[in-house]
Ligand binder design. Structure first.
Ligand code: NAD
Length: 415
C-alpha cells in the first residue's frame, strides 16, 4: 500500500481504541486508509478576465455502512491531510448517530473573502464538474462546511442536475428550503449540540439559569448555539469570531449581539461588553466552553489554563490529542465532536430521505426526530462508557469502530 494514501492523523486517533479492541493489521488498514482520494486542479475565469487554477479535494473514507457523506469547505489552509482526517471523523460520526452512511469530506484551498459572488459561483460549479462522475445520491453526498452555505449548495446542485439531465435533489444536502432543502437544516448542527448538552447538563446537575457558557466562533454553528442556549435560559457570557471577542459576566443578550453583528459586520463595540481576545475567551472561568470555530484551538500550550467544567466540541477537532489528555487529567468533562456536532448530518440525512420520497416534513417533525437521534446516541454512549470503563471520546470511537468493522466483516472484507 502506498504510504501517501494513509491518513497519518487517523493513526493517532485510533491508537487507543486499537489497543482496547485488540485490532489486527487488516482492521487498522480499514480505519486509516481512505477508500478513495481525489485531488484536482481546474481553471476558473475571474471577473478581470484572467484565468486562475484552483485545487480541490474529495476524500471518500469508508462506505461499508452506506454512501459516503460530508461537507465541502472553502479555506486557505485546506490540504489533503486535513480533508482525510475530517473524512475519517465523518465516518465515525455517521456510525455514532446510526445513519446509513459512510464518511467523506471535501474542500478547496481558497480564501473566499478575496473573490466576488460571481467568481465563487464559477468556482463552486467547477468543483462539481470535477467530481461529478464520483458523487451522487447513492455514492457520495456533499453538504456545507466552513465558508460554504445554502447558496453555494444551490449552485452545486444546479450544476449537478445540468450534468445529470434530470432533477436529483438528493445529490446534495444543506440546500435552501425553496430548492428542496429541509426545514431546520440551517441551525440543526447547533440544535443537535444543544440537545446533547441538555442531556449531560441534567446528569451533572447544571440548571440553565445557573450555567455560564462561552462560545468561540460566531458563524453558522457558534451563533446558532449561542442563540438557542440563550433562549433556553443559559447565561452566555462570551462569544467571539475571527476578529475579536466580547464578554459580560452577567450574560449577553444574543439576539441583540446578532443584530449588532448584522448591522456593523463585527462583534467589537457591542454595548455593555468588554472586548477580549480569542485566547482569553478559551481561558475564561465558565461552566461550559463551546469551541465552534476551527481545529486545534486547545493545544498543550493552553490546555492547562482552561477553567471550564464542560467542553462541548461543536467544531471538528478543536482539541489536539495532547491537550485532550491534559484536560482529562484535570477532570474536565469533554463532549466530543463526533457526537456534539452530529445534528447537522442527521438533518442532512432527513433532507436526503425527504428528497428521495418527495414528501416534506414540518420543522416540528424534523426537530422531534433530531432530538430522538441525538438522545439515543447519548444513551448508547453511556452504555459503552460503562461496559469499557473509558472516557467519552474513546467510548464513541469504540462504538463507531465496532459498527464499521462489523459492516466490513459482513461484506467479506475482513475475516
Ligand atoms: P462558519 O464559516 O459559518 O463560521 C466559522 C466561525 O469561526 C466564524 O465566525 C469565524 O469568524 C470564526 N473563526 C474563524 N477562525 C477563528 C479563530 N481563529 N478564532 C475564533 N473564531 C474564528 O463555519 P461553521 O459552519 O459555523 O463551522 C464551524 C465549525 O463547526 C467547523 O469546525 C466545522 O467543521 C464544524 N461543523 C459545522 C457544521 C455545519 O453544519 N455548519 C456541522 C458539523 C461541524
Amino acid at each position: 500500500m502506498e504510504k501517501d494514501n494513509v491518513c497519518i492523523n487517523c493513526y493517532n486517533q485510533v491508537d487507543k481504541v486499537a489497543k482496547i479492541l485488540k485490532l489486527g493489521q487488516a482492521e487498522l488498514d480499514i480505519l486509516t486508509i481512505p477508500k478513495r482520494i481525489f485531488t484536482f486542479s481546474y481553471p476558473v475565469r475571474l471577473d478581470s478576465g484572467d484565468i486562475r487554477y484552483f485545487t480541490g479535494y474529495r476524500v471518500q473514507f469508508n462506505d461499508a455502512r452506506g454512501p459516503t457523506k460530508g461537507g465541502i469547505r472553502f479555506h486557505p489552509e485546506v490540504n489533503l491531510e486535513e480533508i482525510k482526517t475530517l473524512a475519517f471523523l465523518m465516518t465515525l460520526k455517521c456510525a455514532v448517530v446510526n445513519l446509513p452512511y459512510g464518511g467523506a469530506k471535501g474542500g478547496i484551498t481558497i480564501n473566499p473573502g478575496k473573490f466576488s459572488e460571481a467568481e465563487l459561483e464559477r468556482i463552486s460549479r467547477g468543483y462539481i464538474r470535477e467530481t461529478y462522475n464520483f458523487i451522487g445520491p447513492s455514492i457520495d453526498i456533499p453538504a456545507p462546511d466552513v465558508n460554504t452555505d445554502a447558496k453555494i449548495m444551490a449552485w452545486m446542485l444546479d450544476e449537478y442536475e445540468k450534468l445529470e439531465g434530470r432533477h436529483t435533489p438528493s445529490a446534495i444536502t444543506g440546500k435552501p428550503i425553496a430548492l428542496l432543502g429541509s426545514k431546520a437544516r440551517d441551525f440543526s448542527t447547533s440544535m443537535g449540540g444543544a440537545y446533547v448538552l441538555q442531556e449531560f447538563a441534567e446528569t451533572l446537575g447544571m440548571k440553565p439559569k445557573n450555567t455560564s457558557v462561552a462560545v468561540q466562533g460566531f458563524g453558522n454553528v457558534g451563533m446558532n448555539i449561542a442563540r438557542i442556549l440563550n433562549e433556553w435560559g443559559y447565561k452566555v457570557i462570551a462569544v467571539s469570531d475571527s476578529k475579536s471577542g466580547i464578554y459580560n459576566p452577567k450574560g449577553l443578550n444574543i439576539k441583540e449581539v446578532i443584530a449588532h453583528k448584522e448591522k456593523t459586520g463585527r462583534l467589537a463595540k457591542f454595548k455593555g461588553a468588554k472586548e477580549i481576545s480569542n485566547e482569553e475567551l478559551l481561558e475564561l472561568k465558565t461552566d461550559v466552553l463551546v469551541p465552534a470555530a476551527l481545529e486545534d484551538q486547545i493545544t498543550k500550550k493552553n490546555a492547562g489554563k482552561i477553567k471550564a467544567k464542560l467542553i462541548l466540541e461543536m467544531a471538528n477537532r478543536p482539541i489536539t490529542p495532547e491537550a485532550d489528555e491534559i484536560l482529562l487529567d484535570k477532570h474536565i468533562f469533554i463532549v466530543p465532536d463526533i457526537l456534539a456536532n452530529a445534528g447537522g448530518v442527521v438533518v442532512s440525512y432527513f433532507e436526503w430521505v425527504q428528497n428521495s420520497q418527495n414528501y416534506y416534513w414540518s420543522e416540528k417533525v424534523v426537530l422531534e426526530r433530531l432530538k430522538t437521534y441525538m438522545t439515543d446516541a447519548v444513551k448508547e454512549l453511556s452504555k459503552v462508557c460503562t461496559d469499557f470503563k473509558c472516557d467519552m471520546r474513546a467510548s464513541l470511537y469504540i462504538n463507531a469502530v465496532k459498527k464499521i468493522l462489523e459492516a466490513e466483516r459482513l461484506r467479506g472484507n475482513l475475516k
